[in-house]
Design a protein around this ligand. Structure first.
Ligand SMILES: *Cc1c(COP(=O)(O)O)cnc(C)c1O
Length: 392
């Protein structure tokens, strides 16, 4: 049975008329840069995310970059990031000539291990970038408490987590100084190309981000600060304006799919309960742990990815590929092992990254997109179980 990792055409089909109309409307207006569609999106996002300022930008990566520019990161500043994330989280730090300081991940959530942050803080540390990986909030109470104690800024990388509620009910992106989001097509809310968003509840940062998005000029051609071209295209905003009202129902379907995966794996008898992190003779599949499930809030996890851990991961993946099930490895190489960061090695020689290294060797992301059918999920689980029973 063919099970793609993602099927964007299935989603497009359900909204084709409205989306096509939005594209044509933009073409007919010939209004391509910022303008009314972007303003409408920003207003809707302020409501949806319950934040004071939302500013559309050119991508999730640029959202992180403009955030670091807005908090005045200087060359040589140290910024704490999880070693296990998408490259942009650390890449933007180096692009500011600042130094990413890598921290191991939590074995249950794969988010930054909050217990390992404090002994990485030095007099040069200026910020922490927690990532809400796979669609689940990082431990923001602990992170913001540390930031307050050491006078650090917090930039949230919510690229995979738009609409996720932390255990206090507030949506992620609101807990730090600036929240960053991506509308890359594979995220829960994707546009027809690149797009992103920064949010803040701070008046000064809100005003600054807005000016920095257009090269830092206000009025136009008069520059007190230096920004860049970080603009969101009107055409992307038009697409997002059509899609945003459906985001929660898509995330709900992802949660339902995740629930089915978990149920089937549990019934198979070879999976550990959610949150178990050690393999045993019985527990051969480790399931994702949703630590805020009992918060009482619906959007405790939006499952941008459903990630399990298996031993012999590469063999399992090869077998799934042979059976036409597409999977992905997020992420095979943690930052501390990336060639481009080799010059930073002396800074983390004595740091343990055991959880991140295990994750990079053992995790596999299964198809989880909203339009996935139950039979497809059943097939994926059966295929994995069969193979795992065979290799034991
Ligand atoms: C996708 C992603 C980004 C970058 O977003 P782009 O829109 O692709 O630039 C940053 N961080 C994380 C964790 C992501 O998943």
């Amino acid at each position: 049975m063919k099970v793609p990792l993602l099927d964007l055409k299935a989603q497009y089909k359900t909204l084709k008329n409205e989306l096509d109309e939005a594209l044509i409307r933009t073409a007919e207006s010939q209004y391509f840069i910022l303008g009314p569609e972007v303003e409408k999106l920003e207003k809707s996002m302020c409501e949806y995310l319950d934040c004071k300022y939302a500013i559309g930008v050119s991508s999730g990566t640029d959202a992180l970059l403009i955030a670091l520019m807005a908090i005045d990161i200087k060359p040589g500043d140290e910024i704490i990031v999880p070693t296990y994330s998408f490259f942009a989280t650390a890449g933007v730090v180096s692009r500011m000539n600042a130094i990413p300081i890598f921290v191991d991940s939590n074995p249950v959530t794969y988010n930054i291990d909050v217990k390992s942050i404090e002994n990485k803080i030095t007099s040069k540390t200026k910020a922490i970038i927690p990532v809400h990986l796979y669609g689940q909030s990082a431990e923001m109470d602990e992170i913001t408490a540390l930031a307050k104690k050491h006078n650090l800024k917090v930039i949230e990388d919510g690229a995979q987590a738009i609409g996720v509620q932390y255990k206090d009910g507030r949506k992620v992106g609101n807990h730090g100084d600036i929240g960053c989001f991506s509308f890359f097509p594979s995220k829960n809310l994707g546009c027809f190309g690149d797009g992103g968003l920064v949010i803040t509840n701070n008046d000064e940062l809100g005003a600054k981000l807005r000016i920095m998005r257009v090269h830092g000029g206000k009025p136009k051609y008069y520059h007190k600060i230096i920004g860049g071209n970080f603009r969101l295209d009107a055409i992307q905003a038009a697409v997002l304006n059509v899609k945003l009202p459906h985001l929660d129902s898509w995330s709900e379907k992802r949660r339902k799919n995740a629930g089915l995966y978990t149920k089937l794996f549990m019934e198979s008898g070879v999976a550990g309960k959610e949150g178990i992190t050690e393999f045993s003779s019985k527990e051969k599949v480790l399931l994702p742990g949703a630590i805020y499930k009992d918060s009482g809030f619906k959007n405790y996890h939006i499952y941008n990815q459903y990630v399990i851990r298996v031993q012999n991961r590469d063999d399992v993946r090869k077998h799934l590929t042979e059976k036409e099930v597409s999977t992905e490895i997020y992420y095979p190489v943690p930052f501390h092992k990336q060639e481009c960061f080799a010059s930073l090695k002396s800074r983390f020689e004595n740091t343990s990254f055991v959880n991140s290294e295990r994750a990079s060797n053992e995790t596999i992301a299964l198809p989880i997109y909203p339009e996935l059918r139950d039979e497809q999920i059943e097939f994926v689980v059966e295929t994995i179980i069969q193979f795992i029973s065979f290799i034991k």
